[in-house]
Ligand binder design. Structure first.
Ligand SMILES: Cc1cc2nc3c(=O)[nH]c(=O)nc-3n(C[C@H](O)[C@H](O)[C@H](O)COP(=O)(O)OP(=O)(O)OC[C@H]3O[C@@H](n4cnc5c(N)ncnc54)[C@H](O)[C@@H]3O)c2cc1C
Ligand code: SF4
Length: 338
């Protein structure tokens, strides 16, 4: 590991000033992603700016009836918060589906959103990877592409997926991410925080160097109280999503969909808000047939990769099955409860 300086400034603004002024500086939160990358030599910051203790860690009600989650809040604390569990159960379930208990105890809200892709070639300095080294080409295009993107990826370009489970639930709920930068504060919609790779796959988000996530705000959203998160992975725990679904559903007494929110994980370079599927479902019947057709509409433009060691075409039917099962579960619960 390359030597680096370590500092913990007095407050968040001072931390922003240090990182903004130094292109080689990076924030350190729980360290569960960054320290791995330091050890691998993937990143070599000159200075680590520790933001633990500088960022809010609480979960507080907002004036509009939503919740504000401090960027320093640990994943465990957010997952078990009674208000999160009651009003945004998909968020709690998404967090509990991620990593292990020990990791969740260290991982923070800000760090979770900004963790980097789990594409194995990205972490392997001997493998060509245009996300890590622009212009090198993408090893996954002719290698192990089982975990890779089917939506929003340029042909022949980076097909990495964003790994955060929490980010998928936040995208479904129209959360807002509050950021502090050298020029002051700004707010970014959770659905717009992460970007598609385009011709600049090295950038995962719209944040500029030095911008610090300070909190995440969940709006008051009645349908979110009737939500869930389903994650399909290669093992039962401690694995990243092949496909995941955060969904909320409100079905009217006549059996039609009154409100629906769907976001997908494991399918794109960013959490994928399934707006086409939502539009297809609104006002129509809450049936398996409709759920499956809506999922098919969402993946109509999917681009898959087939290689000798494993492609990702299986994700198209997996999205259909997972979306259908998730919405069926939400619809059935309402039927039993009513
Ligand atoms: C074995 C293993 C399995 C895992 N499984 C899952 C899983 O299934 N699902 C899942 O979602 N995650 C999983 N994770 C990832 C884990 O959740 C992340 O490592 C963690 O959430 C990152 O949070 P952190 O606070 O430790 O971030 P750090 O490692 O400290 O930082 C991560 C990045 O964010 C930046 N950063 C941190 N805080 C801020 C901030 N407030 N503002 C701006 N930049 C900031 C850092 O500079 C760094 O670039 C797994 C991790 C491991 C090691
Ligand atoms: S998918 Fe992206 S991160 Fe993975 S090897 Fe290709 S360019 Fe690199």
């Amino acid at each position: 590991m390359k030597p680096f300086a370590y500092t913990r400034p007095g407050d968040a603004a001072a931390a922003v000033a240090v990182v903004s002024a130094d292109p080689s500086a990076a924030y350190l939160a729980g360290g569960t992603n960054l320290v791995d990358h330091l050890k691998l030599g993937l990143v070599e910051p000159g200075t680590l700016v520790d933001v633990t203790g500088l960022l809010p860690t609480g979960i507080t009600p907002t004036a509009d009836g939503g919740l504000s989650i401090g960027a320093g809040a640990r994943n465990t604390d957010v997952a078990v918060d009674p208000r999160v569990r009651r009003h945004y159960p998909a968020l709690s379930a998404a967090l509990l589906a991620g990593a292990s208990g020990q990791l969740r105890n260290m991982a923070t809200t800000g760090g979770n959103l900004l963790q980097r892709t789990r594409c194995s070639y990205f972490a392997d300095l001997t493998a060509p990877c245009t996300k890590r080294d622009p212009g090198q080409g993408c090893s996954a295009q002719h290698g192990w592409a089982r975990h890779h993107a089917i939506l929003g990826a340029p042909e022949g370009g980076c097909i990495a997926t964003h790994p955060s489970d929490m980010a998928v639930a936040l995208a479904a709920f129209d959360a807002r991410v509050h950021v502090l930068g050298p020029d002051g504060e700004r707010t970014v919609a959770a659905t717009e925080l992460h970007r598609l790779p385009g011709d600049d796959p090295g950038r995962d988000t719209v944040l500029e160097h030095g911008e610090l996530i300070t909190s995440v705000e969940l709006p008051a959203l009645p349908v979110a109280a009737h939500s869930t998160y389903r994650k399909v992975r290669d093992r039962a725990s401690y694995a990243f999503a092949l496909v995941s679904v955060a969904a909320a559903l409100d079905v009217a007494d006549d059996g039609t969909v009154r409100d629906v929110r769907i976001a997908l994980g494991g399918v794109a370079h960013r959490p994928w808000r399934a707006r086409r599927a939502e539009q297809a479902l609104l006002g129509g019947p809450a049936t398996d047939e409709a759920f499956r057709a809506a999922a098919a509409a969402e993946t109509a433009d999917a681009r898959t990769v087939e290689t000798e060691v494993g492609g990702n075409a299986f994700k198209i039917p997996l999205v259909a099955g997972t979306v259908t099962a998730t919405l069926r579960g939400l619809a059935a619960y309402r039927t039993e409860a009513s």
